[in-house]
Design a protein around this ligand. Structure first.
Ligand code: SF4
Length: 351
């Protein structure tokens, strides 16, 4: 059995301990860490400020395990989707979304997802396993390398959202380790204000994420009442009923001027009626909240339809009229199956 460690699975503290165990001074870890995360180095031979003897020692005890790119799909609107393959053969998706002057990357945190939300392709796959810190951040390394090679077409990576496959708060231990390396100034160096973790609302995970303070919080709400939420996302709604979820969120430690983002995917005739907008205002009014409205992007065989553009506008208008900040997220990458889980589902059905 291969007992070598993947260095991408180690936080800086872990790496210091590992390097001490190899009989080297701990400060060497800082150099190696910078090679891994700042320079995207995958080959020990490139670590030129480290002695050859130490590099050989490192290569005997460890490796640098990036995911392989199984498939890249580029949309006519500039959205880029990668299907990545990990060492055990599992496939995961990540998406680069072009925005004004920068790129946002949507990351996965689990292989599949156990929550089975009825509108989500990933939810229909079930959970295979959690991803490790190195696997989560490997998505960013691949994206950064791609952007460097396509800098005329793709803007710099500035924002990260955990809205891909899986619920990040069901994998909160590895998530916090990933956030630590992601925000470390010797690591990937992202500002925590530019990282958003999106969850259906997992009690323990919310506590841990709130305590670490390394990311902004988004809640996948998608329904303004417990009854409708149970219909759309039965597992999430039963595990933490809406009144309890809101009570937990009222205690969530927000910094000054921070708000919780509520994600609301509009499904035609199901949750996009004016009465739903009014119920949403009632639920979120007076709370530190903003709403991201997302027009549903149906995948083949999906049980829901995309909302009508007039209904989207009417819904948004009701929220604004009542003083609730709402932003309509344009659906991007429709021609490349960009919604979470769609590319993997398509790849599996074609192979
Ligand atoms: S919407 Fe999120 S939590 Fe729900 S099944 Fe899909 S990936 Fe899982």
């Amino acid at each position: 059995m291969d007992t070598k460690k993947n260095l991408l699975d180690l936080t800086l503290d872990d790496l210091r301990e590992f390097i001490r165990s190899l009989g080297e001074p701990a400060y060497r870890a800082d150099q190696v860490f910078q090679w891994l995360w700042q320079k995207g180095c995958r080959d020990f031979a490139e670590m030129t400020n480290i002695s050859k003897a130490f590099r050989e020692k490192l290569a005997e005890a460890s490796f640098i395990g990036w995911p392989d790119i199984e498939k890249t799909a580029v949309s006519s609107d500039g959205t880029v989707k990668f299907l990545l393959r990990y060492a055990d053969g599992e496939l995961v998706e990540t998406v680069l979304i072009p925005e004004e002057g920068h790129t946002t990357q949507c990351l996965s945190s689990q292989v599949g997802c156990p929550m089975a939300c009825t509108f989500c392709s990933t939810g229909q796959m079930g959970l295979t396993r959690n991803m490790t810190m190195g696997e989560i951040l490997g998505q960013v390394l691949v994206a950064r390398e791609y952007i460097a090679a396509h800098e005329d077409d793709v803007a710099p990576l500035r924002n990260i959202v955990f809205m891909g496959m899986g619920d990040p708060l069901l994998n909160v231990t590895e998530m916090v380790r990933a956030l630590t390396t992601m925000t470390h100034d010797k690591g990937l160096g992202f500002s925590s204000r530019r990282i958003t973790v999106s969850s259906v609302g997992i009690l323990k995970g919310l506590e841990v994420l709130g305590d670490c303070g390394l990311a902004q919080l988004a809640i996948s709400l998608h329904a303004p009442t417990q009854e409708l939420r149970e219909q759309l996302m039965p597992k999430a709604a039963r595990q933490l009923p809406l009144d309890q979820l809101m009570a937990v969120l009222d205690r969530y430690p927000l910094k000054p001027r921070e708000r919780v983002t509520y994600e609301y995917i509009l499904l035609r005739g199901v949750n996009d009626r004016p009465e739903h907008a009014r119920q949403l205002v009632k639920l979120l009014g007076g709370r530190k909240a903003k709403v991201n409205l997302i027009a549903y992007n149906p995948s083949p065989g999906a049980p829901y339809k995309a909302p009508h553009p007039d209904d989207i506008l009417a819904f948004e208008k009701i929220l604004w009229a009542k003083g609730l900040t709402a932003i309509l997220r344009k659906s991007k990458g429709q021609d490349i199956a960009a919604a979470c889980g769609q590319l993997k589902a398509k790849h599996i059905s074609e192979s």
